[in-house]
Ligand binder design. Structure first.
Ligand SMILES: *[C@@H]1O[C@H](CO)[C@@H](O)[C@H](O)[C@H]1NC(C)=O
Length: 334
């Protein structure tokens, strides 16, 4: 009969405990973290947000890029966030796909946009070679580029959590249109999503930043063509609500929109209007909590001070379409 308290088992139990502890460390260390200090003396943070753009300049991509350059200069932005669908129609074919330079390097040419770009993947990116889009080879071609699946940017007054949302969406695992997706990095979808949500919950809970921002490609709430993403409403939204996230940024619907959460202070901002737009099939424009919706091209800016947040949406001419701001007490250092 086995005696669990026998001396011979003790080293085994220690090893078991140690490896369990190490597993926990590995799991929580998975979200790579980047530090990006704002460059203004007052510590304020300013960035632009654009999504769904890479079409070699077509569908007003170049016009949006030009206005981003102009507004980016006025605001003196720290960086640019891309909400995904970076390269149409099917992501990149490889590390040396010319679409990278033709849709990115040669389009966003303004001086003010020669800053770091932080990008997530969209469903169209998953239709190409995902590993290529994540590859450091692209950073050698254009040092502004940084695209990872899920990661964190610590910008002092704000912490920004980038989430890989495509694997959440059931439809892509049995695509009615027959598209194929590059799931090489996601051997077990269930584990991938489970670990990601667990990691995200931990880092959000531990964050002491004054502003907590989450970025994904797919909308949680939208009245555009695709509407709400039910998988994210069910699995991601509760974590954001429980951890005082200020706002969620996404693309996917080719529009600009602002919706408030019904049961928390979270704001949902869609900036997915970097090129092709004007889909014309919006629904639910009378939805409660819909603050703004624009079907055409454009982008948004985010300005954060310790106690104030200001969001602006711009159209293809650089005209401000919607402005929203809020304030809160700054965190006191403990
Ligand atoms: C480009 O933008 C203008 C102004 O909003 C719009 O009238 C035009 O339809 C857009 N072109 C395309 C191809 O979307």
């Amino acid at each position: 009969m086995a005696d669990f308290r026998s001396k011979a088992d003790v080293p085994f139990l220690i090893i078991l405990a140690m490896s369990f502890g190490m597993c926990l460390v590995v799991v929580t260390a998975k979200l790579e973290r980047f530090a990006h200090s704002p460059h203004r003396r007052d510590g304020s943070l300013i960035f632009l947000v654009v999504g769904d753009w890479g079409r070699r300049g077509a569908f007003n991509q170049s016009q949006v890029a030009f206005q981003m350059g102009r507004i980016g200069e006025n605001l003196d932005v720290d960086f640019i966030i891309s909400t995904g669908d970076n390269f149409y129609d099917d992501g990149l074919m490889g590390e040396h796909d010319t679409a990278f330079e033709e849709s990115f390097t040669k389009i966003y040419t303004a001086m003010s946009l020669q800053r770091q770009w932080y990008s997530v993947l969209g469903n169209h990116d998953y239709r190409g070679d995902v590993e290529a889009q994540l590859s450091p080879v692209l950073r050698k071609i254009d040092s502004r580029w940084l695209c990872l699946r899920s990661f964190i940017v610590n910008a002092e007054i704000a912490e920004i959590f980038f989430v890989d949302t495509t694997p959440f969406v059931d439809m892509y695992f049995n695509d009615p249109e027959g598209h194929t997706y590059d799931w090489r990095g996601i051997s077990s979808r269930k584990d991938y999503i489970g670990n990601l949500l667990m990691d995200l919950e931990t880092v959000l809970r531990e964050s002491t930043a004054n502003w907590k921002i989450v970025v994904g490609h797919h909308a949680i709430r939208s009245v555009g063509h695709h509407g709400d993403t039910t998988e994210l409403v069910e699995q991601l939204l509760p974590i954001l609500q429980d951890n005082n996230v200020d706002f969620y940024l996404n693309g996917h619907d080719h529009c600009l929109e602002h919706i408030s959460d019904q049961s928390s202070d979270i704001q949902f901002f869609t900036s997915g209007a970097g090129s092709k737009a004007w889909r014309g099939d919006t629904k639910g424009l009378n939805r409660d909590n819909l603050k703004f919706f624009y079907d055409g091209q454009g982008f948004m800016s985010v300005q954060l001070w310790q106690d104030v947040l200001q969001i602006l949406f711009y159209d293809v001419h650089g005209k401000v379409l919607h402005r929203w701001s809020t304030s809160k007490q700054p965190h006191l250092a403990i």
